[in-house]
Every structure is written in structure tokens, then in C-alpha cells.
Design a protein around this ligand. Structure first.
Ligand code: HEC
Ligand code: HEC
Length: 367
């Protein structure tokens, strides 16, 4: 009798325990959010996030962005720990996820370890929150906030969700996983859906180091078989330039002038040629030039001897930050192998050209 009683009690307790612990765990899982939306629907400034899970640091230094990086300069990105667990478990961002992007200035560009970008001071704070409850109308239920308040040197205490077009739209179009730029966060990529019992960093496996991607590399493919005013294949293009065929373009600068860009060094002589398609578009004041637009820039050395060409051609209807443009630069007029860049979406070229009129920086009409 006592035995039976004990067994039943133990069993009952076990069942009870299991039920409550299950419920607790589940409730805890869903209920723990790491942000607060106030009575006005604004996000309170996140705190404690430097102890969350750190996912990566994109760097967009001002000196690679003509002094105008939209988000200067280092971006330390964190995700709240419960959402990280959920992401490991399910491979998805949960309802109630918050990511924080803390902006840090570049303090110095040289250290005993070499030249580079070294963090300076904390300068700003942005956040994104996924919440159907609070933001049912935002695409993906993601709302994006900025607490950065550079004028006063302090962060805002609360922030309203920024207009969808200002922030969210770009995230929607370009971020790899549910509005989050996981393509730049190896910590998240490695954890996605692998389960709670594994810590990906514990494995000894590492990717063999690939060739470093430089800002002068193409980042997207150039369409094949496209027939434009210039050939896009490297040898044919060099031959075209060497033959000087672009000199038949009606719109060309009359004489050499010092370059305002680093082609190849600021101040060296250049001369710009543009084809009819581009000239018409510039004449019309278009903000987006049509497919087939071409410009060739002759470059010269200190002794005004030919020193290669910089070329671009629009291969798509949309500019897409430079992905819709083919970029080419060769720094020698005789040697076709001295290629500085070739292909679409060359970030080094596009980043400086974005301040032009759909990439075109030369004044029009040409001098
Ligand atoms: C033109 C595209 C673009 C726009 C517009 C944009 N972002 Fe982003 N955002 C990015 C990219 C790319 C990343 C990841 C790399 C980086 O930080 O540079 C990012 C990352 C973030 C992150 C980290 C989490 C994540 O989703 O990866 C936050 C937070 C963020 N942005 C906030 C904002 C805010 C606030 C605005 C509007 C003021 C905004 N973004 C506008 C492109 C954009
Ligand atoms: C740091 C800024 C900067 C970078 C990087 C840059 N350019 Fe330029 N580029 C300019 C400026 C400024 C002009 C206007 C003419 C001049 O002053 O040389 C120009 C002109 C041109 C032109 C003539 C049409 C126009 O826009 O005026 C072409 C073609 C061109 N660049 C191609 C390239 C290519 C290809 C690359 C990458 C290999 C590149 N540029 C990188 C600043 C830059």
C-alpha cells in the first residue's frame, strides 16, 4: 500500500513536473522579448545588448565612400539570445526577434599589426524588430529604428519605426534571410537550423581560405551575348580600345584635363568620350541611363603618354548600385593584362561613381 501510494505519487509528480516544465519552457521561450514598445508604439532604447550574441561587423568606412558612408563606419551587430536559440533550432527569425547594430567610428588606420581599420568610439545605434503584434503592416513584420542622434551626442530614449521606404525596402530587396543581411553574418549562417545541441564553433572544420575578394573584383555576372557599342569580352574590348574606335563618338572632350578621380592618380590627364545613347540620356537629364550607355575615358601618365582606359557600359535597365553597369579599367595602353577591374558590380568603381548622375561623373555637355 505504501509502495503503491509512493509509486502513484511519484508518477503523478513526474507527469505534473513534466507538464509544468514543458509549459514553463514554452512560455519562457515565447514570452521573453528583449525590447519594449511604449504606449506610443515607439521602441525604447535597447540596453544590455553587448552581452547578447554578436553576429558580425560590416565595415563601410568613409574613405571608401567618398566621405559619405550612409552608416559610418563599423557596424557591430547583435541578436538577442532567445532569438539566436530559435534561429539555431528552426532556422528562422522568431516573432519578437531584435537585432541591434551599434555604429563605431574608425579610430585609426594603422596599428603595430599593420594597416587596417581599427575601432574608435561608439557613435550610433540602430535596431530592427520582428513583431507581428506591434508592426502588422510592415513588410515581413520587421520595423527598423534609429537611436542615433549625432547633434546632441546622446542616443534617443525612444524611437518610432522609420518609414518603410527609408530602411525596410532595401532590407527586403537585398538581405539574404528574412530582411536580415545574413550574407555578412557568418555566426548566423553557421547556426541556422542546426539544432540546440550543437555549437558550430566547436567543430575543427574551417573553410579553406579563399582568394580574398577585393573591391576591384566583379561581384555579379556580366550578361552573356549582349551586343553593345563596345565588346565586353576582355581581349575584344582591349582591341577595340587600342584601335581607338570610340574616337568616332560624337560627344567627346576636346582636350586632356587633370582627373578629379584616382584614374590612376588624382590629377593625371584624362579625356572622356560618351556614346550617343548616353549623351541623349544626359541631355534629357535622366536620373537612370538606358541599357547600352557607354563611356570611355583615356588615361595618360605624368608625361602625357597614353596609360590605358577606364570604361563603363550599362548592361541592364536598372543601375542597381553599380551591378547594372559593366566596369573596366586597364592601366597600360599596350599590355592587355594590366587590368585593374573588369565586370559588373565592381564596388571600388561604383562606390565612387554613385555620387554622379547614374554613375556619370563628367560634367555634361563635355568640355
Ligand atoms: C541601401 C540599402 C539599405 C538601406 C536603405 C538601409 N539599410 Fe540597414 N543594412 C543594409 C546592409 C547592407 C546591412 C548589412 C551590412 C552593413 O551593416 O553594412 C544592413 C544592416 C542593418 C542592421 C543590422 C541587422 C540586419 O538586418 O542585417 C540594422 C539594424 C539596420 N541595417 C538598420 C537600418 C536603418 C535604421 C535604416 C534606415 C535609416 C537602414 N538600415 C537602411 C542596407 C540598408
Ligand atoms: C575615387 C573616385 C573614383 C573611382 C574609385 C573611380 N572613378 Fe571613374 N571617375 C571619377 C571621376 C571624378 C571622374 C570624372 C572625370 C575625372 O575627373 O577623371 C570619373 C570618370 C570616369 C569615366 C568617364 C565617365 C564619367 O563618369 O565621367 C569612366 C568610364 C570611369 N570613370 C570608369 C571608372 C572605372 C571602370 C572605375 C573602377 C576601375 C572607376 N571609374 C573608379 C572618379 C572615380
Amino acid at each position: 500500500m505504501t509502495n503503491k501510494f509512493n509509486i502513484f505519487t511519484v508518477l503523478g509528480l513526474l507527469v505534473l513536473l513534466q507538464l509544468t516544465s514543458c509549459n514553463d519552457a514554452k512560455d519562457q521561450y515565447v514570452a521573453v522579448t528583449h525590447f519594449t514598445i511604449d504606449a506610443n508604439g515607439e521602441l525604447e532604447r535597447p540596453t544590455g545588448y553587448r552581452s547578447w550574441v554578436y553576429v558580425g561587423t560590416p565595415v563601410t568606412p568613409n574613405d571608401l565612400n567618398d566621405g559619405k558612408a550612409p552608416f559610418p563606419e563599423m557596424h557591430n551587430v547583435y541578436i538577442d539570445p532567445h532569438s539566436f536559440d530559435h534561429y539555431k533550432k528552426t532556422g528562422e527569425f522568431r516573432e519578437g526577434a531584435i537585432l541591434v547594430k551599434e555604429l563605431v567610428s574608425i579610430g585609426s588606420k594603422a596599428a603595430v599589426s599593420g594597416n587596417g581599420y581599427f575601432a574608435g568610439e561608439f557613435i550610433g545605434l540602430e535596431a530592427s524588430v520582428k513583431s507581428k503584434e506591434h508592426f502588422p503592416d510592415e513588410p515581413g513584420n520587421w520595423a527598423i529604428f534609429s537611436f542615433t542622434n549625432p547633434e546632441e551626442g546622446t542616443l534617443k530614449q525612444t524611437a518610432a519605426a522609420l518609414p518603410t521606404n527609408m530602411c525596410n525596402a532595401c532590407h527586403q530587396a537585398n538581405a539574404e534571410d528574412d530582411f536580415v543581411f545574413t550574407q555578412y553574418y557568418p555566426v548566423l549562417r553557421a547556426a541556422k537550423g542546426i539544432g540546440m545541441d550543437v555549437s558550430p564553433e566547436d567543430s575543427a572544420e574551417r573553410k579553406p581560405s579563399k582568394k580574398e575578394v577585393s573591391i576591384w573584383d566583379a561581384t555579379v555576372p556580366t550578361p552573356e551575348g549582349l551586343v553593345l557599342e563596345i565588346p565586353l569580352e576582355r581581349n575584344q574590348l582591349f582591341a577595340y580600345l587600342k584601335e581607338g574606335k570610340y574616337r568616332a563618338y560624337k560627344n567627346q572632350e576636346k582636350k586632356l584635363h587633370p582627373s578629379e578621380g584616382p584614374h590612376q592618380k588624382v590629377g593625371l590627364p584624362v579625356k572622356v568620350f560618351i556614346n550617343d545613347i548616353l549623351a541623349k540620356s544626359l541631355e534629357a537629364g535622366n536620373t537612370e541611363h538606358p541599357l547600352g550607355s557607354v563611356s570611355v575615358k583615356e588615361m595618360y601618365d605624368e608625361n602625357s603618354q597614353p596609360a590605358g582606359w577606364a570604361v563603363f557600359a550599362k548592361t541592364h535597365d536598372k543601375s542597381d548600385g553599380g551591378n547594372g553597369w559593366f566596369w573596366y579599367e586597364v592601366t597600360d595602353s599596350e599590355d592587355a593584362t594590366k587590368i585593374a577591374a573588369i565586370g559588373n558590380g565592381v564596388i571600388g568603381c561604383a562606390s565612387c561613381h554613385t555620387i554622379g548622375k547614374d554613375m556619370v561623373r563628367t560634367k555634361f555637355p563635355l568640355n
